[in-house]
Unconditional design. Sequence first.
Length: 314
Amino acid sequence: MKQILFPLALLCLLSACKDNFHLEGDENVPKIVVYCFPSLTDTTFINVSASSPIKANSNRHDIYSINDANIIYKINDIPQTVSFLGDGNYYVLGSHHAGDKVSMGISAKNFAPVFAKTSMPESTPITINKVIDIKKYDSDYEDVRYFTQLQASFTDDAATKDYYGLIVTNSSYYQSSYGDTISTIKESTVVDLDISDEPVLHPLQDVDNDFGFSRNFINNFYYFNDALFNGKTYTLHLNIPKFSYYGDLQVILYKISPEFYRFLKSINDMNNNDLAQKGFSQIIPTVSNIKGGIGIFAGCNESRSNIIKKESTK
């Protein structure tokens, strides 16, 4: 079950997002909205809804589930069985493999049909090879802050332009009893990282703060490309608040498709542009690869690092 946590979390996150798109002319009509993230798990979830613009020249819209969608889902041109879960959610049972070509067509009554395609990337192994404690002065807090820094390394493929995402998970365990039965319960969270020591995540400079920009990653899912290290072994420097997380720490590195990277960048850029949100600059429409519709259909592949156990200092 834990292997499908990430696609499910993304569906919950992104299906609740407010995409920004042009509503002028022929665009001011309801469209099919799709979110789907094929991975190497045996279950792929598809969220299908309808976008209903409130009025022209507005970025606001309501979302309604589509429960009668006809979905044609193919892996390497072979149709797969699609089943309905309820409330606009569907699923496909069947494994994907690195290199697979995946396509999806969706139609529904009173909506124009939509189509999208993606490919399944290769995974990239990652290893946590060093853990150190550091302290940094934080001008926002006007105080010194303490971190545990994970240094995690991976090797990029020189032959391709690659795109990545990562999360750091923190898992702890406790025992629960019911009658004569004692069970061990695992609780996992996604760590909110300090990115000031990691160049590929483009931490903010002072001038960025002055002009109303922030650098937050939605759902603590951090994305980047290989522009700074193409074809090389690269070490990430990931700062974890020292006194906030204890237990098992693990880095999960996702190789993501180009369209997934562009989509993540567009929604994060919009979220971090304080001036645009207040109406002082233009909001750029969200990137989508759903032809005829809105949303994203994007493959990903993951690798998990070794686990680091962090003991409580209390």
